[in-house]
Design a protein around this ligand. Structure first.
Ligand code: GLU
Length: 466
């Protein structure tokens, strides 16, 4: 198999729920790989044993599955590559790109305190950088990278432009701690290299890390990846997106009932643009997505816009797919699963409930006349719509419906005859009829409901109120 030109990865740390910002990072990586016929890999950065949890791991998989972000191959566990990370550090040591540092943590913090009090740079420059092996004590040591002191490091970032850092500002970072364990920064580079990652698309909170990670690539003589550091997502008030603004975890959005394709569309558009296009499908996104049109300033999360896009996706989803989405939503909310007859009726009636539903929750509510079983429990508002006059009218309607052809035009004629003979408006007939058919004061049109339910069920529901 030839090596693909584009290999991206999503590298979450399993230390909490899958944040909406991380999900967008995953989405951008997925889109970029799919656009270029490349690979999209998943690496779980689980080296922090104390903070990594199984629940969080599941949240990552669950969230990606919901958003349809299928990764290629098996997920990589960073922790399980520790031996290889160590091997690379030792190689750098043997080739003179790294050195043993015998400074103790106490010495280093003492140096830092003093530098602080003297208002000098607290960048630690190890005294062991150029010492000879024969001068080394028999004592614990860490392995530090021998970073260049002169010159500049330029991150050629595809979003941020050239980011230039003076090498005198970069210290000799530790690669292996004195207990022999590799540091996170080394692990990231080794894994990215070994996984063949060509493009690193991630949050711009990692921009500073890139400068240091590049030193490792250079020391090893490895080809640098292309970097694209994307600005973080802010809340509507321009501050970093947090719980204060609303839901931050992907699972929460699923439970709120946003459609997955709507969420993908909204998140793609959040920080990236394609002209004025707001509403688009996956195919469009996959053929348009590029790094050039990712904005440089943080994007603001707009809940109204999300709802609007989600609603358009629900309206445009094929009925059979919508049924699957609805079933997924019910499962997440621990609502009872749909029976086979309910599914069949939903497919018959989807056309009259899928418009103007912002979420699957709203879709579910609009589908009450399909999904709820008789007898309905009426709420106060619904009860108000059933008066003694309307009971009489409903009884008459029940009679008329027995012999009529079951099509829209005939049903409309029946309604017209009835309203004329009682000298009432259609709304006055529709209000109690709506309650009888759906148990609600708000529902799809009465004609749609009758057509979807069929004669027997319509008549049976009317009789409950006769
Ligand atoms: N594990 C890091 C995070 O969750 C990402 C590291 C990277 O993308 O290089 O923020």
């Amino acid at each position: 198999m030839s090596t693909p030109e584009v290999v991206t990865r999503f590298a979450p740390s399993p230390t909490g729920p899958l944040h909406i910002g991380s999900a967008r990072t995953a989405l951008f990586n997925w889109l970029y790989a799919r656009r270029h016929g490349g690979l999209f890999l998943l690496r779980i950065e689980d080296t922090d044993k104390q903070r990594s949890t199984e629940t969080s791991m599941q949240a990552i998989h669950h969230g990606m599955e919901w958003l349809g972000l299928k990764y290629d191959g098996a997920p990589v566990s960073q922790a399980s590559n520790a031996k290889r990370h160590k091997e690379v550090a030792l190689k750098m040591l043997s080739e003179g790109h790294a050195y043993k540092c015998f400074s103790t943590p106490d010495e280093i913090s003492e140096f830092r305190e003093q530098a602080k009090s003297e208002k000098k740079s607290s960048l630690f420059l190890s005294p062991w950088r150029n010492t000879l092996e024969e001068d080394h004590p028999i004592a614990p040591f860490s392995i530090r990278l021998k970073a260049p002191r002169e010159g500049k490091t330029v991150i050629k970032d595809r979003v941020q432009g050239d980011v230039i850092i003076d090498n005198s500002q970069i210290d000799d970072m530790i690669l292996l701690r004195s207990d022999g364990s590799p540091v996170y920064m080394l692990a990231v580079v080794v894994d990215d290299h070994d996984m063949g990652v060509t493009h690193i698309i991630r949050g711009d909170d990692h921009l500073n890390n890139a400068a240091r990670q590049m030193q490792i690539y250079n020391a090893m003589g490895w080809k640098l990846p292309i970097y694209a550091h994307i600005p973080l997502i802010h809340g509507p008030d321009g501050k970093k997106m947090s719980k204060r603004h609303g839901a931050t975890g992907v699972e929460e959005y699923q439970a709120l009932g946003y459609s997955a394709s709507g969420m993908r569309n909204y998140l793609t558009r959040l920080g990236w643009s394609h002209g004025n296009s707001e509403f688009f499908n996956d195919e469009d996104a996959r053929s348009w997505f590029d790094l050039e049109h990712i904005g440089r300033s943080p994007s603001r999360f707009d809940f109204k816009k999300l709802a609007n896009i989600s609603s358009q996706h629900i309206a445009n989803t094929e009925d059979t797919d919508l049924l699957l989405e609805l079933e997924g939503y019910l499962k997440v909310c621990n609502y009872p699963a749909l029976s086979e007859p309910q599914k069949i009726t939903f497919l018959l009636g989807a056309y009259c409930v899928k418009n103007n539903a912002k979420t699957l929750k709203e879709l579910y509510e609009k589908s009450a006349f399909i999904l709820n079983k008789r007898p309905f429990l009426l709420d106060e508002k619904a009860k108000e719509n059933i008066s003694s006059l309307s009971v009489a009218v409903l009884q008459e309607l029940t009679e008329l419906l027995q012999g009529v052809n079951w099509d829209r035009a005939s049903l409309e004629t029946v309604a017209e005859v009835l309203t004329q003979s009682h000298d009432i408006k259609l709304g006055e007939l529709a209000a109690p009829l709506r309650v009888a058919l759906s148990g609600r004061a708000v529902s799809p049109s009465i004609f749609d409901m009758m057509l979807v339910l069929g004669r027997d069920e319509t008549v049976a529901r009317l009789k409950e109120h006769g």
